[in-house]
Structures are given as C-alpha cells and as structure tokens.
Design a protein around this ligand. Structure first.
Ligand code: B3K
Ligand code: ZN
Length: 854
C-alpha cells in the first residue's frame, strides 16, 4: 500500500455546498439515495472523484439524467463533468447488520447508528470523504415504526410522518456546513432523558440523552456534566452553543469513546451510563470528561474543523486540553494534573520511545485510524498547555478568541492555530513550532551547584531529543520549565517561582542570595512533557516530598524517590526502603493534604513505568522489587493503612470530592494491607467487597482479592459475576480485573477466559477488557515462554477479521521488543512477522505490525 503524505495536500477539485440524503433503513438492506450539489473549485478539467468503499452504484444521474460514462476506481466513483456546477444523484444498497467494522452505518443492540470519522462516510454513500469539503445536510429517513420509533440526524427535525405500510419517516436539516465525518444518524427504540440549558445570550437549548428505557436512571450524571460543560465553555472560552437541540445517544458497540457529530453525539455506553452500584468514581470522572470533550468539539472541531487528517491534533490536542481544564475546575486541579501526567507517561511516553513514534502533526500514514494516538491527543494537549504557560492566561485567551473568530466555518491547520496565538498574544513562536514536527520525548539534564559557604547557586540545564523513526537529528526545542528553590534547613521557598525557557542545547541560570543548601524543584506542574534527569539525592527528594509547595512537584519527588529505590533493587537485588517508608508515613500523617492527593502520592509507580526507566526491561525482577517494597510499606505502616481503611468506611455513599478522595485512599490502603501478608488481608478485602454500597469500594475489594491466593478469591469472582451477569459494562470489569492480575497463573486464566461464554471479540469494549488489559500486564504478557505473545497475536488476527481498527489499536505492546532481552525480543518479532505475513491482513494491522518490525 502507498502512504498518504502531508506534503501532497491539494485543495479539492470539486466542492459540495449541499447534500440531501434519503435512507430507506433496514438492518439487512438499506437503500441510500444521495443528491450532491457540486461546483468546480478553480480552473481545471479534472473529473469529479467521489470516495466509496464496498458499494455498487445502482444508478448515477447528472442533472436529472441517468449517465453511464462514470467508472469505478479504488471503490470510488469517477464522473466526468463538463460544466461548473451540477447535481449528482447516486443510489446504493448497504447491509448494516453485517458491518462488523463498526464504521459507516451499522447495527448495535437492535439500533442502527453511524460512525464516520475518519473515513466511514464513504461506506455509506459516494462522496468526497475529506474534511475540507463542507456541505449542509438534509437527511430523510424511513424505517419500520415499531423497531425504529426514534429517528435522529444532525441539526433540527424539519418534518415527520406515518406511512401506510407500518413504516414512518423523519427529515432533519443541519444549517451548519460540515465535513462528512461529522454526519450521523440513529434509528432505534430509545427513550430520552430530556433537559434544558439557557445559553449566555438567552437561547433555550433542548438537551436529550437517548438510551434503552431500562438505562434511563443511569443518565443523570451525563446530563449534569453536559450542562456544566456548556456553562464552562461560555465562561472560560466565551463559546456558546449554536443550535436549539443537542442529542447524545449511547450505543453498546463502539470503536472508541464517543463521537462529536454535529448536535448528535454518539457515545460508547460506558461513557454515558452510571449509577453508584455499577460505576466507579473513575467511571464517573471519565463520563464527565468525555461528555465535556465531545461537547467542546462543537467549537474546536466542528465550527473550526481540520483541513486534512494530518491536522488531527488541531482539534484533538486542543479539545483534550479544554476537557482537562474543565475536569480540573470541577474537582481538584492538582489531582487531575497528576492523573493526566500518569496517563501520558503510561501511554504516550512509550509510544514516543518506540517504533510507532510520530510527531503530533505526522508526515505520512497508511491508515489514518492508526493515528488517533496518545501522541496526537495527549502530547497534543501538552503542546497547547505549553503555549498557554508561555503566553499567560490573558494572551492565550486572546489567541483562542482570534482563532475561533478568524477560522469559524473553515477547515484549518495547526499552523493557523499557532499563527492565531502569535497574533493574539503578540509573540513569536517560530522555534516553538518544532513541537509539531519533531517526535520523541526530550530529556532535560539539570544540575544545581551551590557555592561553598552559600550565597550563590548555579543551575545547568541541557536538553537532548532522542532520534525517532525517520528523524535521526533534532533541533533544540523551546522547553518551558517552571522552577523554584527551597532551603534545606527551614523548608522555606527561596525567592519566587521562575519560568525558564530552555531554548538552546544548554543554559545556565544563576541564583543569588540562596542559603547553604538549596534544593531544586523543577518542571513544576509538569510544565513541559519531558523527562527530567536532575541529580538529586534520596534525601533531596524526600525533602521535596514534604516541603514543596507545588502539589505536582511534591508528588513527583515521591515518585522519583520510589522509582530510584525500585530501580536500585532491580539492578542490585537490594535497596534501602527506609526513605520511601518515611516519606509515605509523613504524607499519610499530614492533615493539610487532601485524601485524593495522598492516595496518588503513596501509590508506587506501575511495573511498566519502572520498566520504562531501565535499559532492558526485566519483568520478573521488576515485579519482585515492587512487591517487596509494597510488602515493606504494608508492614511498616500497617496501623496507618488500617486507619485509612476505616476512614469514612461507614459513611453513606456520596459523590463529593472529599468522599471520592477517601474511597481512593481506602482502595490503596486495602492493597497495602493485603501486600503486608497480614493473616486477615483476604477477609478484610472480602468484607469490603461484600458490604460496599458502591462500585468503587466493591471493585477495590475484588481487585485486591484477584491478586491473592486467598479462598475468598473464587467466591468473590462468582458473586460478582452472578450479580452483574446482565450488565455488560460491569462484566467488562470482571474480565479486566482478572486480566490485570499479576499473580502466577494469570496467563492460563486469561487464555481460558477468552473461551468464556461471555467473551466475544465482536464487542470492542469486551475485547479491550480482556485482550487490551492483558497486553498492558507487563509481567504476565511478557512471560518468558512467549505463550502470551502467541495468544495475543492469535486474538489480534481473529479480531482483525471483524474489526481492523480495534485490532490495530491493540498492537503496540507487541512492538516494544527492543526494550526486552534477546529471547523475548525474538519471540515478539516472530509474532509480528506472523501478523505481517498473514494473507488478507488489514491495512490497519499491517501498518502497525510492519512499522514495529523496522
Ligand atoms: N473524534 C472522535 C474520534 C474518532 C476516532 C476515529 N478513529 C472522538 C473524539 O476524539 O472526541
Ligand atoms: Zn476528540
């Protein structure tokens, strides 16, 4: 297959200002009639080329007359046209019920729905399937009244009626021109939770969350998140909603989180449905974040869209940044920042350090679906955040205002965004643009030396950017580092916080008037997505974990102390746990800290993150070292953990930040009590599991038990399964909990679970719950026998036949062979080769596997 390149972008030859679609809906056979008004774009004599995939044209008409001088090419349609403007009509037949890719029009749990981003619309009808072709849509749907009583599309409903054959119809019109990736329709037996919102200019908007009737009670949280998000975007960015109606529909089979179709967002049901009995606090938070994210796309994505898919981070990075800001303002900004950095490090850093590394604005792709990555989304958000840090809040807002005003109704580029920021703020971001073109996580070495006798200290900073595929040499980037010094004796801050822009390979900063022994706090708030290598001793880190006034830096000092200790133990077989135990004890004892922060701070780095810090990952040694430290912490602080476990345990369920913080810490404390190997560990976990009045506490009990050899383990798994056997989203948790267990025997259990009657690769949530979770379970996935790799490749190949996009998304763990010993690397490569050599393998999976072999 030939790659698509960014540099080859050309404006479209033909524009389509308006399209009318007529759907005769039926799961087995849906007829789609399309009427496109096309106009020639510029002076040329090229034919009209419409994309298509898998359909046969039943009829093609130009200006009302049937023609036959068209031809098919790569699944699409080429139609020669003589004039400047024409009306093209086509008719095709599609079969939603056999669509297992879940792209285009498909069936899910008795309803029909669409997913078009990135290139699903071409599976519905012939059209220029590219984001810079913007049309107004008029959509008529006809369907059986009993099976599909609700018919929804973008915009407003302009008409509806009954037909005499048990069918009915509805017509919708969306006045905002949009690219076809934002088209959507839904037909099904749904009920709505209806709400209202008055916008800042006083317009009434009807809000509706559509679900199966039985799920209605689980939609309140999503509804209140939607209202909060609408208000937040008005207050924070001055962005108001622009239609009279905003619909959200929950579907059970969905390739990712949700989709921002204009005024008809379609969601994976896991990001809509919640009640205390079935959703954890993390689920509640994720629902609010995704609801907000999709809503925010109405401006950052829909009103201003992307010119081409290389600009994906223009909408995704910015919208993630916006949803992170929203979530921070809804709860604790410090804890939100810690969570976001943890997930960046868990998913984006390894991507940036591996064979699939790419800049946030890639240069080429085989399959665009493979570029909905942590780099585009999360590193993209970090790049926007750095601009906000460098510009300051007022200038950043001025830049954003200018961007929205200047490009409203357009398909824009990342360059347009940076230019709007420069214009709004009056700054020059020339060198900063390297963040868009250079891949790889920069490293910053920091060395602070104090003059003997005190008075002056010198900070030497040096940056380096590792080579990544296709980019052996890198230019120095602009790295904004928030930093501050603290006095060792008193713990007091020395001077104000500074923002240093490291924009040269090296930089020296001199501090005057510092005392005897200043301690460096750097990259506070994680002001840049870099790896800092500061030469700080265990004592310095322990000091910062007690005294730093930046909560992120305080957390970070503790993490670094834990990481240094663990890596020392992995490499030498021993390490002094004393400083970690003391720092954890002090953090637990500090009444000024909120419990959610304490929970984050006392959590050990994950096994994968420890591996990322090593030259060659040794999964067994890492597991052993981490378990040893967990056991020590569990034993030495046993009474503290038991106290945390009791704190708020009897209070009735509440969803306040305080209650959530306590539950979080309780779950972590339970893990430490179990790790201490206390005799009653299993019993305590089982009691919490059984008595819980909410899923967070119940799940904490289950996850703890799943890792124990205790008798209670099987009992808890059975009770949980029987209690929730009708609730797919909860059964996903049951699969995941087992796939994430690190105890011996997990590999065989996962292989057996793949044969469980409730396991299916056809549902992406279920596939991710078992196979996806297994892939990130470092110790088990990397079993020295290679059986984990072979099982994984089998599952990916089976999934690929149904749903290439979801299969390809799961490939990366198999591609990280360079990070492992030769034996494991060879076994991993064997499986990658097997995938690449499989006849009929999808372009999606092929791209990921072949790039991973290079
Ligand atoms: N824009 C969609 C993602 C589409 C993924 C297509 N492979 C959801 C989001 O980012 O909001
Ligand atoms: Zn998005």
């Amino acid at each position: 297959p030939t790659p698509i390149r960014r540099e080859d972008y050309r404006p479209p030859d033909w524009l389509v200002p308006a399209i009318s679609l007529d759907f005769d809906l039926d799961p087995a056979r849906t007829v789609v009639r399309a009427r496109l008004e096309v106009t020639r774009n510029g002076a040329h004599d090229r034919p009209l080329v419409l994309d298509g995939a898998g359909q046969q044209p039943l009829a093609v008409r130009v200006d009302g007359r049937e023609v036959n001088d068209w031809r098919q090419q790569d699944g699409g349609l080429v139609v020669p046209l003589a004039g400047e403007a024409h009306v093209i009509e086509t008719e095709v037949e599609i079969a939603p019920e056999t669509n297992t890719q879940l792209m285009g029009l498909y069936a899910s749990g008795g309803l029909l729905c669409t997913q078009c981003e990135a290139e699903g619309f071409r599976r519905i009808t012939f059209f220029p399937d590219r984001p810079d072709v913007l049309a107004t849509y008029t959509v008529r749907m006809t369907a059986d009244r009993e099976t599909f009583p609700v018919l929804l599309a973008n915009g407003n409903r302009t008409g509806a009626g009954l037909l005499d054959d048990g069918r009915h119809w509805a017509e919708w019109h969306d006045p905002f021109p949009k690219p076809c990736y934002l088209f959507a329709l839904v037909a099904g037996d749904l009920q709505a939770n209806v709400g209202g919102f008055t916008t800042m200019s006083g317009r009434q908007v009807e809000l509706a969350i559509w679900v199966r009737e039985a799920d209605l009670p689980k939609t309140e949280h999503a509804m209140s998140a939607l209202k909060a998000a609408m208000a937040w975007d008005e207050q924070t960015y001055g962005r108001e909603y622009d239609l009279d109606l905003f619909n959200i529909v929950a579907v059970a089979d969905f390739n990712f989180g949700a989709m921002e179709n204009k005024s008809l967002n379609i969601f994976n049901s896991r990001y809509v449905l919640a009640d205390p009995d079935t959703a954890t606090d993390a689920d509640y938070d994720a629902i609010a974040a995704v609801v907000a994210h999709e809503y925010f796309h109405n401006w950052s994505g829909n009103r201003v869209t992307c010119r081409d898919w290389f600009q994906l981070s223009l909408k995704e990075g910015f919208t993630v940044f916006r949803d992170q800001g929203f979530s921070a303002d809804q709860g604790s900004p410090a804890v939100k920042r810690i969570e976001d950095v943890r997930s960046l490090r868990a998913s984006q850093f390894p991507e940036d350090a591996g064979p699939l590394a790419h800049p946030i604005r890639p240069e080429s792709y085989l399959e665009i679906s493979n570029f909905y990555t942590a780099t585009i989304y999360n590193k993209g958000a970090e790049v926007i955040r750095m601009m906000a840090t460098i510009l300051g809040p007022r200038s950043f807002r001025a830049g954003a205002d200018h961007y929205f005003m200047r490009h409203d109704g357009e398909a824009a580029t990342c360059e347009d965004f940076v230019r709007a920021m420069e214009f709004g703020a009056g700054v020059d971001l020339s060198q900063f643009r390297l963040w868009y073109s250079q891949a790889g996580t920069p490293r910053v070495a920091a060395r602070l030396t104090a003059d003997p006798g005190g008075g002056r200290a010198t900070l030497n900073l040096a940056q380096s950017i590792p080579s990544t595929p296709g980019q052996p040499d890198k230019q120095p980037m602009v790295i904004p580092l928030r930093l501050r010094l603290f006095a060792w004796g008193s713990g007091a801050a020395i001077g104000e916080e500074q923002l240093v822009l490291l924009d040269t390979p090296e930089k020296t900063i001199v501090f005057e008037g510092v005392g005897e022994r200043p301690v460096l706090s750097i990259n506070r708030g994680f002001s840049a997505p870099v790896i800092v290598e500061a030469d700080r001793t265990a004592a310095d880190l322990a000091f910062l974990s007690r005294h730093d006034d930046d909560p992120f830096a305080r957390y970070e000092a503790m993490q670094q102390l834990m990481l240094d200790t663990l890596i020392e133990r992995v490499s030498t077989g021993e390490a002094d746990h004393g400083p970690v135990v003391a720092a954890v004890a002090d953090t637990l004892a500090d009444p000024a800290l909120d419990r959610a922060f304490v929970g984050e701070a006392v959590l050990l780095p994950s096994e994968s993150f420890i591996g990322d810090g090593m030259l060659v990952v040794d999964p067994e040694a890492i597991h052993a070292a981490r378990e040893a430290l967990r056991r020590d912490l569990g034993r030495k602080l046993e009474s503290e953990w038991r106290a945390a476990l009791a704190d708020g345990a009897d209070a009735p369920f509440a969803l306040t930040p305080e209650a959530k913080g306590r539950r979080r810490l309780r779950g972590i404390a339970l893990g430490y009590v179990a790790a201490s190997e206390a005799k009653d560990g299993g019993a305590i976990a089982f009691r919490q599991f059984e008595r819980a009045d909410n899923m967070t506490d119940r799940m904490a009990g289950l996850v703890t038990l799943v890792n124990l050899a205790a008798d209670e383990r099987e009992a808890a798994l059975d009770i949980f399964y029987n209690r929730y056997s009708d609730d797919a989203l909860v059964i996903d948790k049951w699969f995941s909990a087992q796939a994430l267990a690190t105890r011996d025997g997990t590999l065989d259990e996962v292989i057996a679970l793949a044969k469980h009657r409730d396991f299916t690769l056809a549902n992406p949530n279920r596939a991710r719950a078992l196979i996806g979770a297994f892939g990130v379970n470092q110790r088990i996935f990397h079993a020295a026998s290679g059986r984990g790799y072979a099982f994984y490749a089998d599952q990916l190949l089976a999934l690929d036949r149904l749903n290439p996009q979801t299969a390809a998304k799961l490939l990366p763990p198999l591609g990280r062979w360079r990070r492992f010993d030769e034996d494991r690397a060879a076994l991993m490569r064997d499986q990658l080769r097997r995938i690449v050599d499989t006849p009929g393998v999808s372009k999606d999976l092929f791209e990921q596997a072949s790039k991973s072999l290079e």
